[in-house]
Design a protein around this ligand. Structure first.
Ligand code: DQA
Length: 146
């Protein structure tokens, strides 16, 4: 049994209505429910947290250290391309994480080509829409089972 944390960054609370051609029509609530169900069916726990505020995400990452979270599934959203603070928080707690994106960031604007997380993540899953999260959960299980 593993304990997972699903962490989502800014503007992802607007999924479903935000640029649906890029991010799809599924809401964050639906994603969290679906992933929670999958995790439970496979004998794991999944906690979920979303914030638009960098410091709230930092606090949640710190708390994950005390909660014995085994792995974080993290879509840092726009913070992917800007946040030394979140990178340092993840390094500080030392919890392995998988970077997740709905859209294929490699096929988008130049400023999205830089990730402050990719080199310290277990891996990155990008471009599969909602399926990115499901693939990340499976990858997380396999990684921990190694
Ligand atoms: C995103 C990609 C980021 O570049 C963007 O800022 C987001 C969403 C994605 O899931 O595709 O907010 O992380």
């Amino acid at each position: 049994m593993s304990h997972f944390l699903l962490l989502n960054g800014p503007n992802l609370s607007l999924l479903g209505q935000r640029e649906p051609e890029l991010y799809g029509s599924t809401t964050l609530d639906d994603i969290e429910t679906r992933l929670g169900t999958l995790a439970t069916e496979r004998g794991h726990t999944l906690a979920c947290f979303q914030s638009d505020a960098e410091h709230e995400l930092v606090k949640r990452i710190h708390a994950a250290g005390d909660e014995h979270i085994d792995l974080i599934l993290f879509n840092p959203a726009a913070f992917t391309h800007t946040s030394v603070v979140l990178r340092d928080a993840l390094l500080a707690v030392g919890i392995p994480f998988i970077e997740v994106h709905l859209s294929n960031v490699a096929a988008r604007e130049d400023f999205r080509q830089r990730s402050f997380f990719a080199d310290i993540a277990v891996g990155t899953i990008t471009g599969f829409g909602v399926t990115s999260y499901e693939l990340a959960l499976t990858a997380a299980e396999r990684h921990l089972a190694k």
